[in-house]
Design a protein around this ligand. Structure first.
Ligand SMILES: [Zn+2]
Length: 200
């Protein structure tokens, strides 16, 4: 039988996702069937503002279609070694006009790493702006026009902020960059040949 790559679902962290998984509250993204625990993905280190953390993402299997999924915690992005909040801080600084060397210096990270994030974000900024604007309107049908910022990067960040605000007003507080991981299916800085999940 051919090996089918697991699908990715972005979830809350640690104990909460464990409870949701064991309780059968998580739905399969393909068939909406109930997911059950199915071991773990490979452990890896996530560089966080507060120091390194080991991540061992949960794997889950659908009781309906039998498909397997990796549950990526919402503090991380797909294929990135750094916490999404750190990546987000770099993007915010860039939009304020800070250069990648200065940002890398402040964050204590290699400048090539930071430049890689910023280039990817810039290259996909129109797709990011469009995706988060769709999310914003899905969450708040009454929303007015999203204000244009001074740059394409700024427009993408503004769309992120508006979508996050719409979520918080509706569902309660949650860190903005965790929401970015959720809304982008973990794929914020993947190139857009790996498309964002559809807005629900
Ligand atoms: Zn399924």
């Amino acid at each position: 039988m051919p090996e089918v790559a697991p699908m990715l679902i972005v979830c809350a962290e640690g104990a909460r996702v464990e409870a949701e998984l064991v309780g059968g509250w998580l739905a399969c993204s393909s068939c909406r069937g109930r997911l059950g625990p199915w071991g773990h993905a490979r452990a890896r280190v996530l560089r966080c503002a507060a120091g390194d953390r080991w991540l061992r993402p949960r794997r889950a299997r659908c009781r309906g279609c039998g498909g397997t999924h990796v549950l990526l915690p919402d503090i991380a992005l797909l294929r990135r070694r750094d916490e999404v909040a750190v990546i987000g801080a770099a993007i915010e600084a860039k939009v304020r006009g800070v250069g990648h060397r200065a940002i890398a210096g402040r964050l204590g990270l290699p400048k090539d790493t930071v430049r890689g994030w910023l280039r990817r974000f810039a290259a996909d900024s129109e797709a990011i702006r469009a995706h988060f604007t769709r999310w914003a309107f899905a969450l708040d049908a009454e929303l007015g026009a999203v204000r244009p910022a001074a740059s394409v990067l700024g427009d993408a960040l503004e769309a992120i902020a508006v979508a996050a605000r719409a979520w918080v007003l509706r569902f309660g507080r949650r860190p903005v960059w965790s929401l970015v991981s959720v809304f982008s299916g973990g794929g914020l800085l993947c190139n857009t040949s790996c498309p964002f999940p559809p807005v629900r």
